[in-house]
Design a protein around this ligand. Structure first.
Ligand SMILES: Nc1ncnc2c1ncn2[C@@H]1O[C@H](COP(=O)(O)OP(=O)(O)OP(=O)(O)O)[C@@H](O)[C@H]1O
Ligand SMILES: [Mg+2]
Length: 736
């Protein structure tokens, strides 16, 4: 691709940003103005014009998915090998650096990444070891304390305490640090902190990377936290002769991670610290039609303390935003299902439509309705593939193969599948490890007479811990000879995980997932550069739910608003626009809480290119309770001229009053999800919606009535056995 074709179709401000000489720059611009596109194009431009070779680029994206997309776009424009380029998330890039310099960073070669669930499990174990009361010191709070300290760059030794409570917290933090050190485990915050320390303490290494990364580019800069910012500053070498040119793009109106420590003030700091003389503003939005943009602009104007931007579109006004007032969450879901079906029939791919929600808990009802309507969908950021129980078990075996000193992994699978190791033997093992200050693995190995003895063990049948030790020793031995996919397969068989799940009832999905792990390994080996197993394990911890079985299928996209950042869709359904849900009730008591929710709303609305639906419900079942809602204040902040209020459909008007009962019958709930509800139909005195009891099938809800006299039939959705048609004459139903 020539430079002129690279720059054609871009507006003058975009072109200017892309072609600026070697200097640090801030591009401050609203949603959909082409920030990400400009950043990607600048990388191509710099390489193509010979100003830097691919090795000299470091680019930070917010998700792994974004990194992949960026790489794909770059390699489609330039014939280069993407492996030499450092494009990834802060975590991913720090991990790569630590892998390369593990010794300098004081880590074992096979260090493992703890994702946040692993971290929480480890904290729970530590609290138990220290006999701490987990009511007084909830593990999640301890986790927050530790991560917060790390994200502020503070090791336990430097944390200042001012009360008894934090003294305890600090004690847990210390114990946690020691345990991580012993196991060779690194949590997410540690990746950054450790990498920052590595560079700040090792002048030569730091110089090396400064020389190398001549251009650093950061997307979604508004959401970086102080430690990430310090890391960037250190790596760029502000003020140094060989300082990198740092190109950051961001939008203060889309800062949505303050709760996780992101600090939008970084933008001001950046101007000061990097001596920014030029701020480029992009004002043309290429994503959304006029009504969507006007609505989003009007909404965000309700926030004060904005840096201020204009955003316009050359596109027409397009359609108005459609607002749907549902009587309850099931009606909302039924409405969305109908609209998705219609749009799909009109030729819009499901994958071009997104269903967004503020809180993960909302997805259950939506999923239920989509499932019933047989609409393929994919949930992002929900239960990650790598977080499923069976996958966690399999990964624990792989982790032990890479590093048997990983106590967390060992505890997870030492007796899974069951091999007769009781809690007493486990306790003894833990005591032995404690006494000799070693890992559990070292203690187990010692108990069995060491590795060599184990390998010679071929005769007698082994039991309990010896059986486990033998398994891991042999798997470790075979690991060096097998490629990753075969090794995963070997592990699944020899650990007896496959056999175990094959025996379990209703485990088809688990077995499918385990097989999918082999597929994941196959597709992964193509990406791995060095140690495939280590990189695969890191990938499993770091990826954010992008690996899904059957991900090639066209499917509706479901995700939280947070997860939708940076993405765009033809149509967006934004559900649950209710006070307390969006804005979230937790935000109402915090200073600037509503402002952050409003930015989140702005992000959500600006994902839509052509069509945007906004829906809210009068009542909603959430966390086991029915809530009675009023519409979100954000709806009032959008000019009426942008909106089209859809009349609630007749079916949602017919909602019987017993729906508001919070101790709702489960079958009633199932009924609510069926869109064919009408309380008018009746047969021989029975009516739809009525809860009934059948001698054999138990309780259920009538969802259909037909015929009369001796022909009268009803369809009942039973709690236990599902749908059944019954002739009333014989069914002998009773009311509940
Ligand atoms: N000059 C242009 N001509 C045509 N389309 C463009 C132009 N610039 C950007 N676009 C398109 O506009 C859309 C939005 O661009 P992009 O995603 O880069 O915006 P962004 O500023 O990063 O948005 P966000 O703030 O949501 O991350 C993309 O589809 C992009 O390809
Ligand atoms: Mg972007």
């Amino acid at each position: 691709m020539t430079t002129s074709s690279l720059l054609s179709n871009l507006n003058p401000q975009q072109r200017e940003a892309i072609t600026l000489p070697h200097q640090s720059v801030l591009v401050l611009a609203g949603a959909g103005s082409g920030k990400t596109r400009v950043l990607t194009t600048r990388i191509v431009y710099l390489i193509q014009s010979g100003q830097v070779n691919p090795h000299g680029i470091l680019a930070v994206t917010f998700t792994n998915k974004a990194a992949k997309e960026m790489l794909t776009r770059i390699t489609s424009m330039l014939p280069i090998n993407p492996r030499g380029m450092w494009i990834g998330t802060f975590h991913g890039l720090c991990h790569r650096m630590l892998r390369t310099h593990y010794q300098d960073a004081g880590l074992p070669q096979a260090f493992q990444i703890l994702d946040s669930a692993d971290q929480l499990a480890l904290i729970k174990r530590i609290l138990k070891d220290l006999s701490a009361d987990d009511k007084k010191f909830p593990p999640r709070q301890v986790q927050w304390f530790i991560n917060n300290a790390k994200e502020s760059g503070l090791r336990a030794a430097y944390v200042t305490i001012d009360d008894v409570f934090s003294r305890h917290m600090l004690e847990f933090y210390q114990a946690y640090e020691q345990q991580c050190h012993k196991e060779g485990a690194v949590d997410f915050a540690e990746l950054l902190l450790r990498c920052y320390e590595l560079l700040s303490r090792n002048e030569i290494l730091c110089q090396h990377y400064r020389e190398r990364f001549n251009h650093i580019l950061v997307d979604e800069f508004q959401d970086t936290n102080p430690l990430q910012y310090k890391w960037l500053k250190l790596l760029a070498g502000t003020g140094a002769k060989n300082a990198a040119a740092v190109f950051v793009v961001g939008d203060d109106d889309q800062s949505i991670y303050a709760f996780r420590g992101a600090y939008v003030g970084n933008m001001k700091d950046f101007e000061r610290d990097f001596g920014i003389t030029k701020i480029i503003k992009l004002e043309q939005n290429y994503r959304s039609h006029g009504n969507i943009l006007d609505a989003a602009n009007a909404l965000i104007e309700n926030n004060s303390e904005r840096l201020g931007k204009n955003l316009w579109t050359a596109e027409g006004r397009g359609e108005p935003l459609r607002v749907f007032n549902a009587s309850n969450d099931f009606d909302e879901a039924a409405f969305i299902v109908e609209e998705v079906k219609t749009l799909h029939a009109e030729g819009i791919d499901l994958s071009k439509m997104a269903l967004l929600y503020r809180s993960n808990a909302q997805s259950r009802v939506l999923e239920h309705s989509l499932f019933n309507a047989a609409i393929p969908y994919r949930v992002y950021g929900g239960m990650r593939f790598f977080d499923r129980q069976e996958i966690k078990h399999a990964l624990a075996y792989l982790r032990l193969i890479a590093n048997p000193d990983d106590d967390s992994a060992l505890l997870r699978v030492i007796n899974f599948p069951a091999r007769g190791i009781g809690s007493r033997s486990l306790e003894q093992l833990q005591n032995a490890a404690k006494a000799q200050g070693s890992s559990l693995w070292a203690a187990a190995l010692q108990k069995c007479g060491g590795e060599t003895a184990m390998l010679q063990e071929t005769q007698r049948p082994l039991k309990g811990i010896a059986k486990f030790v033998f398994l891991i020793v042999t798997m470790r031995q075979n690991w060096s000879t097998l490629p990753l996919p075969q090794m995963v397969e070997y592990m699944l068989t020899h650990s007896e995980l496959l056999a175990h799940y094959a025996k379990e009832r209703e485990s088809a999905e688990r077995l499918e997932n385990l097989n999918e792990l082999i597929n994941a390994a196959i597709s992964f080996v193509h990406e791995a550069e060095n140690d495939a197993l280590a990189e695969f394990l890191a990938h499993a911890s770091l990826e954010a739910g992008e690996h899904q079985a059957g991900s090639g299928q066209d499917a509706l996209q479901l995700m939280t608003v947070h997860a939708a950042k940076g993405l765009e869709f033809h149509t967006v359904f934004l559900s649950g626009l209710e006070e307390g849900l969006f804005p979230h009730e937790n935000s109402l008591n915090e200073s600037n809480g509503v402002a952050e929710e409003r930015r989140l709303m702005y992000v959500a609305m600006t994902r839509a290119r052509r069509r945007l639906y906004l829906s809210f419900t009068q009542s909603r079942m959430l966390h086991g309770q029915t809530r009675y809602n009023i519409a979100s204040r954000f709806l009032d902040e959008i000019p009426q001229s942008c909106l089209k209020w859809l009349q609630p459909s007749p079916r949602s008007m017919s909602t019987p009053s017993y729906y508001s009962n919070s101790t709702e019958h489960t079958a009633t709930k199932a009924l609510r999800s069926s869109s064919s509800i009408s309380s008018r139909s009746s047969s021989n005195g029975w009516r739809i919606g009525q809860i009934v009891m059948h001698a054999k099938f138990g309780s259920g809800v009538i969802i259909n009535c037909e015929g009369c006299g001796s022909d009268a039939r009803v369809q009942v959705n039973f709690d236990r056995v599902g749908m059944k048609w019954l002739l009333l004459e014989y069914a002998k139903l009773t009311t509940v």
